[in-house]
Design a protein around this ligand. Structure first.
Ligand code: GTP
Length: 307
């Protein structure tokens, strides 16, 4: 997809988030001087738009430092906010790169059911292939037959090999078979789906620990990545999931999905500010090419409503 059509898609996807933030910001400033009361209102507007208290305080402090007592128009305010959002997003924007040697790079994908995990796996596979990497998928979520079936449908649709077992099978043994097959076939990236049963933390933790042990026996570096998929529509609750999964699985990076059609896209900024984990990509739709590595400058402008 061309950069232009992706930015259009992004603007469309983030429309609700950006409308909410710009409405909140525009309500604050007429052509007022930036005083304490206005800064309080700006901070509140940012919190209301899900950017989180910590990012809001940081942006407020920066605005105060640069413009306190000066007149500011709504447009200037949006531009200043965009710049501060970009400075929060820039350090965490890291595309997932295939660098493992020996191959394959093993990427565990975790997240609660319904977060968009399976769809994201297919989209990630598609992105890797666009960069000429070979990909294999492993259906490590054996808890539900539907999860295996859904991954199989995607694998077929995008023509990528899939290693799967029976419902209720041992995920670690599927992952073991998958790594062996991927190694034999010289596959670059092995993307592993996992169960998302957060309700039973102990079981999930044991399951992931077992997958890690098995992987470690084949390749001490594996898994190379543990990517947490978050659903932006969950707002602040998505942040709580980072805490839990960090504890259960040792997250190395994030993908945030469903940024289209939600007014809660500001949570991306909150996640970046509060956790500092790499954000590999963002999803703005259900189609195969609706996931892209994220460009912090563009996303910041889109969120703040600066065209
Ligand atoms: N609008 C939108 N929908 C998405 C996005 N990513 C995934 N979805 C949809 O969200 C729903 C859940 O996605 P799945 O990929 O099935 O999620 P999962 O986490 O694997 O969930 P289970 O299949 O229940 O384990 C599907 O209808 C997807 O099409 C996105 O970026 N935007």
């Amino acid at each position: 997809m061309s950069q232009d059509s992706w930015s259009n898609r992004l603007f469309g996807g983030f429309r609700k988030t950006s409308e909410k933030l710009t409405e909140n910001l525009t309500a604050v400033v007429g052509t007022a001087k930036l005083d304490d009361a206005t800064l309080d209102d700006v901070e509140d507007a940012l919190i209301l738009s899900d950017l989180g208290p910590s990012a809001a305080a940081r942006i407020r402090a920066k605005l105060a430092e640069q413009r306190f007592g000066l007149e500011i128009t709504p447009q200037e305010l949006k531009e200043a906010v965009a710049e501060e959002i970009a400075s929060i997003l820039r350090p965490v924007a890291k595309p997932l790169e295939i660098t493992a040697f020996p191959r394959p790079q093993v990427i565990l994908v975790i997240g609660v059911n319904g977060s968009g995990k399976t769809t994201t796996i297919a989209k990630m596979a598609h992105l890797f292939r666009e960069d000429d990497y070979s990909v294999m998928l492993a259906a490590g979520d054996t808890f539900r037959a539907a999860a295996i079936g859904q991954l199989a449908t995607w694998a077929e649709r995008i023509d990528v090999p899939l290693v799967r077992g029976a419902e209720g099978g041992d995920p670690a043994s599927i992952v073991f078979d998958a790594v062996r097959a991927a190694t034999d076939q010289g596959i670059d990236a092995l993307v592993v789906d996992t169960a998302g049963r957060l309700q039973n933390k102990r079981e999930l933790m044991d399951e992931l620990a077992k997958i890690r042990r098995v992987l470690g026996r084949i390749n001490p570096e594996a898994p190379h990545d543990v990517v947490l998929v978050l659903d932006a529509t969950n707002g602040q609750n998505a942040l709580a999931q980072i805490d839990v999964f960090k504890e259960v699985a040792g997250v190395t990076g994030l993908v945030m999905t469903k940024l289209d059609g939600t007014a809660r896209g500001g949570v991306l900024v909150a996640a970046a500010e509060q956790y500092g984990l790499p954000i590999h990509a963002i999803g703005v739709g259900e189609k195969i090419d609706d996931l892209r590595p994220f460009d912090p400058e563009l996303v910041a402008r889109v969120i703040a409503g600066v065209a």
